[in-house]
Every structure is written in C-alpha cells, then in structure tokens.
Design a binder for this molecule. Structure first.
Ligand code: SAH
Length: 666
C-alpha cells in the first residue's frame, strides 16, 4: 500500500468484464476502488448507477488519480469537461483491454500520471506509454524535480521553461538553497548549466533580476562548466530556473522564460501575546516576507516557546497553511545567542528571546535572516501583538513522511524480480545498493531518480544513508540481491532503525521479498530442496566460526539438505574444506553436491559433483553450494531430493507407500 500512497484516493474504472478483470489485481496492491456498471457482477467491485460521465464527474474532485480500462477516445470525452489546470487535475491513466499498454494521459508531471503509468505497467507486465518530452529525454520534468524534497513551485513561465528543455536548449540553474542531490544524478548531455553556488541574493540583485531578466550582467559570472564555454551562442542559456527562498517577479513580456522553486528553508520564529488573532499573525508573516522579498511558500514552519502550544491563532495559522508548529522550552531558548534580547520578555517567560531564539534553534542556523519585528493590532478588540523573526536552515523541510522500501532483486535477471519489487524500485526517490546490483536493475531506474551505488563492504554506511534520507522525508529503496531479508540489507536497516529509537511507523517500512540464492541455484539443477533444508553462511565476518561449525555439525547430523552461502572468498579459503570434512563424517562421499555460480546472470556456471570431490571444482563468493541429504540422487544433469511421493526406503520395513491420509503438499 505504501507504494501507491501518493495517489490516494485512486479510482479504477472499467465497463466490460475483461476490463474489470484487467484492473482487479490492482485493487489489492494499490488500495484503489474498482468501479463497474451495475450490469456487471464483479467481486470486490463497486457499482455505479446512471451514466459513467456523471459518475466520473462526482468522483473527480475527491480523487488524486484515475485508471481507466476503456478506449482512449472515450476517456478523453469523459474527462474533457472536467479538466481545469495541470497543477490541480488528478492523474489520468488508461490501460488497454489486453493489458499491453499503460498510457499516461493527463497530468503526467504534477499529477504524477507518468509515475503511476510506470508503476502500473510494472505490476501488469505492460509497456508504459509516456509522451512527455522530458521522459523521452531521460530528464526529470522541470516542474517536478523539486517534489521529492518538498519544494514548492513558485511563479514563473513553467510552460516556457519546459518547452526550452524539450527543444534541447540550455537552461541556466541558479540554486541558492535546498538539496543539490538532484544535480548529481542527471544523464550525460543534460541541458542544465549551473550558475553560482549557493549564496543569498542581495536586494539589488533581486531587483535587477526582476527588471532585466535577460541581462547576464545581473549575476556573478558563470563558471565555464561545459566545454566551449559560453562564447558559442548555441550554448547560451535560453531559460532559467531559480531555486531559492527569494520571491522573484519576472516580467510577463520577457521572451526569456524563468521559473522559481522554493525549498522550504525558512523557519519563522513567533512570539505573541495571549489571544492574538490568526489574522494578525498571518498579516505579520506576510509583511515581513514581502519586505524581505521572501516567498511564503519557502516557509518550513513556525517555531515558538512551549507555553504557546495552545495559542489558538497560531494553531489555526499552522493548520490552514500546513506548517508544523515547533515548540521549545524556555531553558533551551535562553541558551540561544540572539541579536535583540529583551529583559521584559525574560521576566515574563523565562527567556530573553522567543521569536529570534526559536527561529535560530529550529533552523539550526547560527544567525537570523530577518531580526525580530513587532506588529500590533490596530484594533482595540481583539487586542494582540506578535513578534516575527526568520532564520534559514541549511537543509530544507520536506513536509513528507519518508519511506524505506527494502527490496530483494532476485538472482540477477530482470524477469526474476517480482512486479511488486520492480514497482518499489520505480517509485523510490532514491535507490541505494551495491554497485553490481544497481547495474543489474538499471533498466528499472527512471529519470530524476537519485541512485547511490556503494562498494560491497559498506553495508552499514548504506543502511545509515538510507535511514538518514528517509528520516528527512524521501522514499528510499534499499536493494539487496536475492531476498533482502536473507543475508541482505533488510535486517541491518531494521536493526539500525531500532537502535535509533524508531517508533515502528515513521519512516514507513515495507519489505519486498525476492528469490534467494538457494532457490535460484536449486532451480538450475532440478529439485534438490524438496525435503527439509537449511542455509548456512560460511562467512565468519559477523558470526564466530565456532558457531558456524556447530550449525554445520547439527545440519549434517540431522540430514538437512544444506545450502552454503558465502562459501569462499579470496582471503577466506579454509571454511569450505572444513565444512566438507564435517559433512563427510555424517554423509556418504557420493552425496550429490551442486555448485551454482552467478545463477541467472551472464556468467552463470553450474557444476554437479559429489561431497568427496567438492573441492576439485572452482568455488567463489558468487557460488551457492547445495549439499544433498541421504536420499538425494542425480539423474543426468539433474539433482533430485525425493519428497516421498513414490514411497521411501525405511531401514526396518523396506519400501513403503506414502501414507494415504496425509495432506498433499501444495
Ligand atoms: N541476499 C542474498 C544473499 C547475499 S549473501 C540472497 O538472498 O540470495 C551472498 C551470497 O549469496 C554469495 O556469496 C552466494 O553464495 C550467494 N549468491 C547470491 N547471488 C547468487 C547467484 N546469482 N548465484 C549463486 N549464488 C548467489
């Protein structure tokens, strides 16, 4: 369910039995409701009465996304009268009756229809049809690139800048605030040209940029980022993206399109008299922002003293604007160094500063962007006064609840990854994993995704990085080969979360199982795991060797078919020989053994041998060793462990038939 959270409520619509069947599997995975006409009797579906047109109209404003299994033309006619604006319309996706194609029809970027189409296509094994220009160029859309970080779209010519990207023109990016992670994961030959590094614009620059947006002199000189420099007119930027808390006004007549993203980096510290109205607080914030050319949408939240936690006006403003209200006790605030302390305030509430100290503390910033200003109500009733100060944080507030998707990617081939795991990878803002596995899943990655491949030895760093990003609000997929919960990253991530005092809910966690090495190895040689089996890793990096030896003895004694993971590395060569010696004490030298290396990968290698000859064949870290039990046999190239259907040998009674009263195995 976590995967489709961004699209809730989501409506699926079909008018034929085939269409309903096609969409039905999505109900469970996406948490959507399926609507069909009354005449169809479909389990799990809800019926609509009257015309579909009226029904869609009644759902339209309450749904974030629609998936139709209908002719595209019919869908276009249905939704045409309802469409308003791409910043508000829900995502509209169309699936053909055969389930071959998933079309992103409307609100591809801001409504995330492209993303939804990708995810549904992965669920259905279909091809996503994305006609947006940036998808075709492998780029994140200009109007969605800040979404993972919770940035807000500001004023500007969004269509103009997107069109410049589509035409392959250079686009200058002036990023003064917010995460630059997105910059580091762009494809080769991307159109963005990065201007000055983060800094705060001065007032004269803001005014210049408002009046002469096309004048390159209004900004510090650009570093010659691209070969050829800026002398070549084809390399001159034709559009501009600002990423900043500053509110810029662009001239509507300009033929040089500009847009602005506002990362939420402003913490507004507030102190107020008891009973100050919401209107006064709002006006004060608005005026301070205007005076200092700050965008209100760059506000992260409100910070104040704990005794204001029940201040009605403040609570109302925060609820209305979706701002968090951060409260701090007086003894924290009094420890903050502020420019304008007040003895009066100190006497009243036990700290010489509320607004300034709370802003600085919430922003974790050494200084204020705007020192405190006091606003008084012009009216006698209700009275009130409010003090406002603003500080800017280094890292933006995303306003999103992060998620950790712990994903098993199977042995290697894409078609061995479950559709759910594929969807999770496609959904994630960030994908973290060992570089070899990231290469294997490369076709699943989408434009704009942040992909962090780390060397094999850095599991803890990977887990900590994933948690840090998820706590910040991003959706992070941590990929492991095989199953992520079998010698994979799932356990480590959950352990680290627990150690950090995780409440079990935030960030959200979902584990996506994968085909583990013992299964993929077994499938390549037949059915060696048909009876009770166990897995033992021979790596003693994290487990004392005595413990491993104890388990090897127990498994050998108990006649478990045994899968050995991590059997040998370049430096760790003795363990497999010891394991063999232990098994030889309890099993016949002729016991079949399969060595499966790189199952389902291009360099796959399979050797069927025996316990006795086990060491004659090459074994390395990419190999899984399967040791048969007493009754495992071979047949040509196949390794088979009997389940007992054809009877079994018993020492005392000889050949027996299977018991007829037992449950058949599934
Ligand atoms: N999480 C993984 C296991 C990681 S431990 C899983 O569930 O499969 C790494 C060990 O897994 C390797 O040393 C090897 O023994 C085994 N392994 C992983 N991928 C394999 C593959 N494609 N073929 C054979 N063995 C594999």
């Amino acid at each position: 369910m976590l995967l489709f959270q961004d699209f809730q409520p989501l409506a699926l619509v079909a008018t034929t039995p085939t269409g309903a069947q096609r969409l039905q599997p999505l109900c469970q995975t996406s948490g959507a409701s399926l609507w069909v006409p009354e005449s169809l009797n479909i389990e799990q579906a809800q019926n609509y009465t009257g015309s579909l047109k009226d029904h869609i109209a009644s759902l339209w404003h309450h749904h974030r996304a629609f998936v139709f299994c209908l002719a595209t033309g019919a869908v276009v006619r249905l939704i045409a009268p309802l469409l308003e604006d791409k910043s508000r319309d829900p995502a509209v996706v169309v699936v053909d009756e055969q389930g071959k194609f998933v079309i992103s029809l409307c609100s591809g970027h801001q409504g995330k229809a492209e993303q939804l189409a990708r995810m549904i296509a992965l669920q259905l094994g279909a091809t996503p049809v994305l006609t947006g220009a940036s998808a075709g160029l492998g780029l994140p859309g200009v109007d969605i690139l800040g979404v993972p970080f919770g940035w807000q779209r500001g004023e500007g010519d969004w269509t103009g800048v997107s069109a410049a990207v589509a035409r392959g023109e250079r686009v200058e990016v002036m990023q003064e605030a917010g995460s630059t992670l997105w910059q580091h994961h762009l494809p080769q030959g991307h159109p963005f040209q990065f201007g000055f590094p983060k800094y705060s614009a001065t007032e004269s620059e803001i005014i210049e940029s408002q009046e002469q947006p096309q004048n390159p002199k209004s900004h510090p000189p650009l570093p010659p980022l691209m070969k050829g420099g800026s002398q070549n007119p084809n390399l001159m930027p034709k559009a501009k993206i600002w990423i900043s808390p500053t509110q810029r006004r662009f001239s509507p007549e300009s033929d040089f399109p500009e847009v602005q993203w506002h990362p939420r980096v402003l913490w507004v510290g507030i102190g107020c008299e008891r009973g100050t109205s919401r209107a006064l607080i709002e006006t004060a914030i608005e005026q301070v922002c205007q005076q200092h050319h700050l965008a209100e949408s760059a506000i992260a939240g409100i910070a104040t003293i704990d005794i204001k936690a029940d201040e009605v006006g403040l609570i109302e403003v925060c609820r209305e604007r979706n701002w968090p209200l951060c409260i701090f006790p007086a003894d924290i605030l009094r420890g903050v160094n502020v420019p304008n302390p007040s003895a009066v305030v100190d006497k009243e509430v036990g700290t010489p500063s509320v607004a300034e100290a709370a802003a600085i503390f919430a922003a974790q910033s050494p200084a204020l962007l705007v020192p405190k200003q006091i606003f008084r109500s012009p009216r006698q009733n209700p009275q009130g006064a409010v003090t406002v100060a603003i500080a800017q944080s280094e890292r933006e507030y995303t306003g999103r609840t992060g998620q950790l998707l712990l994903v098993g990617t199977g042995p290697g081939q894409l078609d061995q990854i479950t559709p759910a795991a594929q969807t999770a990878i496609s959904r994630a803002d960030v994908v973290i994993g060992y570089s070899l596995y990231i290469d294997l899943i490369a076709p699943l990655l989408r434009p704009g995704q942040i992909v962090e491949a780390l060397p094999i030895t850095q599991e803890r760093q990977r887990a900590e990085r994933a948690i840090e990003l998820a706590q910040w609000g991003l959706t992070v997929a941590v990929v492991s080969s095989g199953d992520c919960g079998i010698y994979g990253m799932a356990g480590l991530v959950l352990e680290e979360l627990r150690a950090k005092g995780w409440d079990g809910k935030v960030p959200g966690v979902q584990v996506f199982p994968g085909i583990t090495a013992l299964q993929s190895a077994a499938s390549r040689v037949g059915a060696p795991l048909m009876h009770d089996f166990c897995a033992i890793s021979l790596s003693d990096l994290l487990t004392p060797w005595e413990m491993i030896e104890k388990r090897l003895i127990a498994a050998a004694q108990a006649d478990f078919v045994t899968a050995l993971y991590n059997p040998r590395s370049r430096t760790r060569t003795e363990q497999i020989a010891t394991a063999r010696a232990i098994f030889l004490k309890y099993r016949k030298p002729m016991t079949p053994v399969a060595l499966v290396r790189s199952a389902y990968r291009q360099d796959e290698q399979i050797t069927l041998t025996t316990l006795e000859k086990l060491l004659d064949a090459p074994i390395d870290m990419l190999t899984t060793v399967l040791i048969g039990n007493e009754s495992t046999g071979t047949h040509g190239d196949w390794m088979i462990t009997p389940r007992g259907y054809l009877g079994f040998e018993s020492e005392s009674t000889g050949r027996n038939s299977p018991k007829s009263d037992r449950q058949p195995d599934g």
